[in-house]
Design a protein around this ligand. Structure first.
Ligand code: NAD
Length: 361
């Protein structure tokens, strides 16, 4: 393990998103650093999750887009961070398939703009080795696995969706800016996250909300796609470790060794919602499952080998999947005010009958 890096000011891009809010919370609680949240506040952001940080003496917020060089330069100039943790992204695979523009602009062009701004920022600093650029990425860059094997840090890149291709491109840019310009970069590639504040277009919150309202539960193909699931706060802990103790130029895979097929996830959610919100009177919510045409290019299986992160940095996930999922289901049941009004991009109403939320026990 290399020595511990202790930044005094950390700029987090995408700090208003699902993982970003968990990370900002973690950094404010577990470090003494000033945390600057640089976020465009797109549809996927969670301003309500930021409310507890308002007025915190070490929290700053900048509304800005990472493709806007002037805005990024101004934030770096004003706050003089000694670390940038880059999470801002268009993160939804289905959206990236429906219209890849935003995804390519933010994930590729935005990362390029940020790297160039950081390069200029470092040129003005005395010591570039007291700086880190942490690029936060996904296991989807590695493509799909068959029924065996795991992704390691040296697995070849083989992205298959516009989202994963754009994240792969951003990983390559970060490595190239490290090798060519000496940007002190670390990378991490995580499996699927779940937990509070995830925008309700993603599998787990979508299924919780639909199950609660007794709506059909659309499952792609036969629901046999397998993902490794990580509780979001465990990811935030891993990100802090990679930033502060990861070796420059290295990447770290983050995974929970918690493989579940999509249909197993949906069935478990149905059982939890049946138990916690029993108002639905038409039998088991499992009966609401409806198999729909598969997503084009849908990767069959992702699985992460997180040995490097565990052995080198001493990380392990704290949350067990069944307790983490129950915690998550309870959170969504209790936070119906937040998600009830949110509509999906297809214009479909995600809200449910107000009475359903009142049945939680
Ligand atoms: P999210 O979609 O919930 O949040 C993204 C945040 O980025 C939002 O607050 C949004 O406003 C902001 N943003 C988007 N475009 C921006 C731009 N152009 N400029 C500034 N801010 C912008 O995403 P998430 O699930 O929290 O994911 C965060 C990061 O982690 C992403 O880079 C994603 O690729 C990666 N990741 C996510 C998962 C997962 O399961 N969610 C798994 C592995 C890796």
């Amino acid at each position: 393990m290399s020595g511990t890096f202790r930044p005094s000011t950390i700029m987090v891009t995408g700090g208003a998103g699902f993982i970003g809010t968990a990370l900002v919370r973690r950094l404010l609680a577990a470090t003494g650093a000033v945390v600057v949240n640089f976020d465009k506040l797109t549809y996927a952001s969670n301003p309500a999750a930021l409310a507890p940080f308002e007025g915190h003496p070490r929290y700053r917020f900048v509304r800005g887009c990472i493709t806007d060089r002037g805005a990024v330069d101004a934030a770096l100039e004003k706050f003089q961070p000694d670390a940038v943790m880059h999470l801002a992204a268009e993160s939804h695979v289905d959206r990236s398939i429906d219209g890849p523009d935003d995804c390519v602009n933010t994930n590729i062009v935005g990362t390029y703009v940020l790297l160039e701004a950081v390069r200029k920022h470092l040129a003005n600093r005395q010591e570039s080795d007291s700086f880190r650029f942490h690029h936060v990425s996904t296991d989807e860059v590695f493509g799909a696995l068959g029924s065996d094997g795991h992704f390691s840090e040296s697995s070849p890149y083989a992205p298959r969706s516009p989202y994963s291709a754009s994240k792969a491109a951003s990983d390559h840019l970060v490595r190239a800016w490290h090798a060519t310009y000496g940007i002190p970069a670390v990378l991490s590639n995580s499996c699927n996250n779940y937990g509070p504040w995830q925008f309700p277009e993603k599998l787990i919150p979508l299924m919780i909300i639909k199950a609660l309202g007794g709506e059909k539960l659309p499952v792609y193909g036969r629901g046999d796609q397998v993902r490794d699931w990580l509780y979001v706060d465990d990811h935030a802990t891993a990100l802090q470790l990679v930033l502060t103790r990861g070796r420059i130029g290295e990447s770290y895979n983050v995974g929970a060794s918690c493989e579940r097929s999509n249909i197993e996830i949906v069935h478990t959610i149905c059982d939890l919602v049946d138990d916690l919100a029993p108002a639905y009177a038409k039998g088991s919510r499992r009966d609401l499952v409806e198999f729909v045409a598969d997503r084009p290019g849908h990767d069959h299986r992702y699985a992460i080998d997180a040995t490097k992160l565990k052995n080198e940095l001493g990380w392990s996930p704290k949350e067990d999947f069944s307790s983490g999922l129950e915690k998550t289901v309870r959170w969504y049941l209790e936070q119906s005010d937040w998600w009830r009004g949110i509509r999906t991009y297809r214009g479909e109403r995600l809200g449910l009958a107000a009475s359903a939320a009142a049945q939680i026990r």
